[in-house]
Design a protein around this ligand. Structure first.
Ligand SMILES: Cc1cc2nc3c(=O)[nH]c(=O)nc-3n(C[C@H](O)[C@H](O)[C@H](O)COP(=O)(O)OP(=O)(O)OC[C@H]3O[C@@H](n4cnc5c(N)ncnc54)[C@H](O)[C@@H]3O)c2cc1C
Length: 293
C-alpha cells in the first residue's frame, strides 16, 4: 500500500510554492504513465504529488516568428492531431506516433517523456536534431537549457527538486529540409525502443543525427554529421558515418537486445534514416508515417 498527499495547483506559481516546500519528497505529475509505474516499482516514493495537468496555459501549442512552443501539458495525441506539428516538425510527429498505444498517447506528454529521461525516450532524438530548448521555471525565475545538455544520466536531468519544466521551444526551419525517425522494437505496440535514430538534413547538406537507447543518455553523433556534411550521401560516406556511429555509442546488453545486435542495427538504421531524410527533402517520399524499418 502506497500513500501520498496530492495537490492540484491552479497556477505555475502555486506549483512552484509546493515544489519549494516539499523539494525532493515531491513528484510532478503530467500523464502519470511513467510516474505511477515508478511508484509501483519503488523507484520513487513521493510524499506529495503535484498534479500539473489542470494548470491553464500548459496545454499550449503556438507558432511564433522563429519557433514552435510545446507546453508541458501537450499529450502525444495532441501532437499527432496537429497539422502544424506534422508540417513543421515531421520528425516529432513521426516519432510521436510510435509511442506505446493510442490509450497511453492520450495521457502521455512529450515533457513527461524527456523528464523521465530513460535512454530510449522516444522524443529525445527528434528534439535533439532540432536543437530544442527546455524552459525550466523556479521561484527565482526561468532558465532555458539546450536539449543537448538536458540529460545527465539514465533517469537523470538538470531539473532540480525546486524546478518545473513548463515548455519546449523548437526553432522553425525556413529552408527546405527532410527528417526521419526510426524505432527498432521487439514487436509493434507497447514496447520501448531497442534502438532509435533521428536524422535531419537541410538543402545545404547539413546533417544532424541523434541516437537513443545506445548509451546512458540520448546522443548527437557529431562525427557522423561532419563526415556527411556538404554532400549527398554516397555509399562510401555512409560507410564512414556508420563507423563513426559505432565508435561513438556504448550500448549495453539488457532484456530488450544484446549489445552486438544494437551495434549491428545502428549501422542499418543510420543508412535507412539518412536515405529517408534526404529523399523526403527532395521528393517528399517516403510519405510521412511510412514505417521505415
Ligand atoms: C505501457 C507503456 C508503454 C510505453 N511505451 C513507450 C514508448 O513506446 N516510448 C517511450 O518513449 N515511452 C513509452 N512509455 C513511457 C511513457 O509513456 C512516456 O515516457 C511518457 O511520455 C511520459 O509522459 P507522462 O506525461 O505520462 O509523464 P509522467 O509519468 O507524468 O512523468 C514522468 C516523469 O517526469 C516528471 N515530470 C513530470 N512533469 C514534469 C515537469 N513539468 N517538470 C519536471 N519533471 C516532470 C515526473 O515526476 C516523472 O518523474 C510507455 C509507458 C507505458 C506505461
Amino acid at each position: 500500500m502506497v500513500s501520498f498527499e496530492y495537490k492540484r495547483p491552479a497556477s505555475i506559481d502555486d506549483a512552484l510554492s509546493l515544489r519549494d516546500k516539499w523539494g525532493e519528497s515531491s513528484s510532478l505529475l503530467l500523464g502519470g504513465t511513467d510516474l505511477f509505474l515508478a511508484i509501483e516499482d519503488g523507484v520513487v516514493s513521493p510524499e506529495m504529488i503535484i498534479d500539473l495537468k489542470y494548470i491553464p496555459g500548459l496545454n499550449c501549442l503556438e507558432e511564433t516568428n522563429d519557433s514552435i512552443i510545446v507546453g508541458a501539458g501537450m499529450t502525444y495525441s495532441d501532437l499527432i492531431k496537429s497539422s502544424l506539428v506534422r508540417k513543421s516538425l515531421p520528425g516529432i510527429w513521426e516519432s510521436s506516433r510510435l509511442v506505446a498505444s493510442a490509450g497511453i498517447r492520450n495521457s502521455a506528454t512529450m515533457v513527461g517523456n524527456i523528464c523521465n529521461a530513460v535512454p530510449s525516450a522516444e522524443s529525445a532524438a527528434p528534439l535533439m536534431v532540432r536543437d530544442a530548448r527546455i524552459h525550466i521555471a523556479s521561484k527565482s525565475g526561468e532558465r532555458v537549457v539546450p536539449i543537448a545538455t538536458f540529460f545527465t544520466g539514465p533517469r537523470k536531468t538538470v531539473v532540480s527538486p525546486g524546478e518545473i519544466v513548463t515548455k519546449i521551444t523548437i526553432p522553425l526551419v525556413k529552408e527546405d529540409f527532410g527528417e526521419s525517425y526510426l524505432k527498432l522494437g521487439r514487436y509493434r505496440g507497447e514496447d520501448i525502443a531497442q534502438v532509435c535514430v533521428s536524422v535531419f538534413v537541410d538543402s545545404q547538406w547539413n546533417y544532424k543525427i541523434a541516437f537513443g537507447a545506445v548509451g546512458p543518455v540520448p546522443m548527437r553523433i557529431h562525427r557522423a554529421e561532419s563526415i556527411l556534411k556538404g554532400n549527398s550521401p554516397t555509399p562510401e560516406l555512409i560507410a564512414k558515418a556508420q563507423d563513426a556511429v559505432i565508435e561513438s555509442v556504448s550500448p549495453i546488453t539488457d532484456m530488450r537486445a544484446s549489445k552486438e545486435y544494437r551495434l549491428h542495427m545502428c549501422r542499418i538504421m543510420l543508412e535507412k534514416a539518412v536515405s529517408a531524410a534526404v529523399s523526403r527533402m527532395i521528393s517528399s517520399e517516403p510519405a510521412l508515417g511510412t514505417r521505415l524499418l
